[in-house]
Structure formats: C-alpha cells, structure tokens
Write a protein that binds this ligand. Structure first.
Ligand code: SF4
Length: 337
C-alpha cells in the first residue's frame, strides 16, 4: 500500500545542511502495523512528516527517493493533491495533543470540519457522525462532550479525540507519532487497545513511531529500526526480537527491561551519542558506538543484506569475509532467543 524507497531528505539551516534521511526504505501492507523505532533524532518523525509532506517547502530538500502510495509517487503531488490525501487517505496523530487540537474550537466542530473539508456537506449528518465517532473512541456522554473545548478533556481523552478526528474519514493509513509517550502507563494501554480495535474493525494500516519496545511488541507486526537517518534493520517483530543481527538493535534490547529479567540485573544503556547529521560519517553511522566496529565500518556504509522474506540488515558483520569472530556475535543473538 505504501512503499518508501531510498528516501533522502535534507534541511537547510543556519548551521548548514542537515542530512536527516539518507536512503530510507520500508513498506506497509494493507491492514498491517509497522513500528518505526530508534532514539530521538534518528529520523523517525522526519520520515513520516515527509510521507505527509508537512515540512516547510522553503527549508526542505527531497534529494532522492520515492514515496509510493498505491503505486503513485506522493513526492510529485501538488499541495492541492496532498490536501486530498491528508485526513482522507492517510491521517496522522501526534504526541503533543494540546498543540494539535485547536483550543478555540469545540471538539465537535473540529471533527465535523474534517468531514466537511472532504466533501460531506450535510451539517446534521456530520454532527451525528461526530457524536458516533466520539462514542466509538470511548468518550462517555458524547452528545454533551461534542460542545466542549479541548481544555475540558484530560490528556488521555484529548488523545481519543485526536484519534476520532484522524479516523473520521476512514483513512487507509493512520500514522501515530509517539501518541502515548506523554500519557501515564494505564492510559497508554487504553489508547493502544483502542488503536488495535480500530485497526481490526476498519482493516487500517498503522505506522507507529515509538522508542518503547514494549509498545512495539504489543501492537506491531513489522518493525523498522532507524539510526542516523537510515533504517539499519527491519523485519517482522519475531525477526527483530528473537534473531536481530544489528549491534544497534542489540543495544536497544539490552537497554529495555524484560519480564523474565532478574530484577537485580542492570540495564545497559548504549554509550555515546548519535552522529551529527550536519556532518554525518561516511561509513556506518553507528561506528563510533559499536563494540564490533572495524576499519571498513568507518569508511563504507554497509549495503543492505536480505536475511529472510522481510528481514533486512545493514551491517558489515554480515559480510561473508568479515574478520570478526562470529561466535562472539552469536552470543548476543542467543541472549534474545
Ligand atoms: Fe558495528 Fe560495523 Fe555493523 Fe556498523 S557496520 S553496526 S560499526 S559492525
């Protein structure tokens, strides 16, 4: 349904050119949930904002690549054509709900507005549909809530309203950019359940951005791990959790608490900091933090190796001529299997 190929995006800043995405590839099938994971600044949000083309035109430079939606390259669409896609075909919800909702408009008006923009002109029917949508996302007493303003809702309820707005026109794809990060754990679980329900009912595809691997295991079927503006590893949830091959993916796993883990066992954060994308390294972006880094890693960006139908990884360790002791590497793999 959506295929992103070799997406290369830069931003012009006062400090210079920020090479935010350097050849991102991923695909989302019909009714599938893809999680994009990685540390802050790795390019997750820039990727999905590029899909929706939300960047300011005078600062962004789409250097290469394609964003194919049902076979059509969205990068060739005009702003007018994109307005027909946003909200109707592809919708997005954000982490910061308070700034995404209009504080001066009732939530009912904000839902009916999107229905109107996409061609439903009957005000009475739109109101009925908006109330039904509020009910569907778990807002109690939706008839009364329809006339209330965002500040009269709690954080979790506001996120439910956002989901109602985003799903109003039955989009084929819902993009969720860290939608549960600002919420407490119980509300997070409720919002995840709601999204799973909607996805099943409507056979929607979801692209879920998160840095929380617990959330990934809960909601996704496929995962793309991003680092330094590229997808370093991708595959099914099983591929990533149980047979990952990339040292950065191992680092993410080692820094996450697992249920079976002894409470006294320490978590191991990944030492160091992500690369500066104003001046990204020419080799593997993870080289300065990787305990297996070799000379070639600082000189050459690893090619993508296909390890299975969906499992792909970019690491020189997978080169058949790699001099690193493969048994040492396998120890890590066994740790998660
Ligand atoms: Fe580490 Fe080299 Fe693999 Fe990059 S390519 S993750 S530096 S071993």
């Amino acid at each position: 349904m959506l295929e992103v190929k070799n997406l290369t995006v830069s931003f012009h800043t006062y400090a210079g050119e920020v090479q935010a995405l350097r050849g991102v590839d991923f695909a989302v099938e019909d009714g599938e949930v893809l999680a994009i994971v990685g540390e802050s600044g790795c390019g997750k949000s820039v990727t999905v904002q590029s899909v929706m083309q939300l960047h300011k035109p005078d600062t962004v430079d789409y250097k290469a690549g394609e964003i194919l939606y049902n076979g059509e390259n969205l990068l060739r669409y005009t702003e007018k054509q994109m307005q027909q896609i946003r909200g109707k075909e592809i919708s997005m919800i954000f982490q910061d709900v308070m700034t995404s909702l209009n504080p001066t408009m009732t939530v009912g008006k904000q839902i009916t507005e999107i229905l109107k923009i996409h061609g439903q002109k009957d005000a009475g029917k739109n109101k009925e549909q908006a109330i039904e949508l509020l009910r569907a996302v778990g807002i109690a007493n939706p008839e009364k809530r329809f006339d209330q303003y965002p500040h009269e809702f709690s954080g979790g309820m506001r996120q439910r309203v956002m989901i109602a707005i985003a799903s109003a026109c039955n989009p084929k794809i819902l993009i969720a950019d860290e939608p549960t990060t600002a919420l407490d754990v119980t509300v997070q679980a409720q919002i995840l359940d709601l999204m799973k329900e909607l996805q099943k009912e409507r056979n929607m595809s979801i692209i879920f951005i998160t840095h929380n691997l617990g959330v990934v295991a809960n909601i996704a079927q496929k995962v793309a791990v991003m680092y330094g503006g590229i997808v370093v590893e991708s595959g099914t949830v099983y591929d990533i959790f149980y047979r990952s091959k990339h040292p950065y993916t191992w680092g993410l796993m080692n820094s996450t608490f697992r249920l079976e883990q002894d409470k006294k066992e320490e978590l191991h954060p990944i030492e160091g900091t992500p690369p500066d994308l104003l001046n990204p390294p020419k080799g593997c972006p993870f080289a300065s933090r990787c305990e297996y880094a070799m000379k070639i890693c600082t000189e050459q960006l690893p090619e993508q190796t296909e390890l299975g139908t969906f499992h792909k990884c970019r690491c020189h360790l997978l080169d058949p001529d790699c001099p690193v002791d493969i048994d040492e590497v396998r120890k890590h793999e066994q740790k998660f299997s």
